[in-house]
Design a protein around this ligand. Structure first.
Ligand code: ZN
Length: 82
């Protein structure tokens, strides 16, 4: 992990603005989402891309009761339940 030399102050609500250049680099648009990770006193952000819990595919994913599943795996599960 390397520093990119940018420091941001948090506002009264704990928010900060991610620089536009960084958002563009990460492919984050105004409706994008980031996933937050913590390791000791280090906070890491990663562009959030929902992936299927079974096959890790990011194509045709659906959210079923707070679990991300792709349609192909959902169909396989459906056949198991028949
Ligand atoms: Zn899947």
């Amino acid at each position: 992990m390397k520093s990119i030399g940018i420091v941001r102050k948090l506002d009264h609500a704990g928010r900060f603005v991610m620089p536009i250049s960084l958002r563009r680099t990460l492919g984050l648009d105004k409706d994008g989402a980031v996933e937050i990770f913590v390791d000791g006193d280090t906070v890491m952000l990663r562009r959030y891309s929902p992936a299927c819990v079974f096959c890790k595919s990011m194509d045709d994913v659906i959210n079923f009761e707070d679990t991300i599943v792709c349609k192909a795996c959902a169909q396989k599960l459906g056949k198991l339940a028949e």
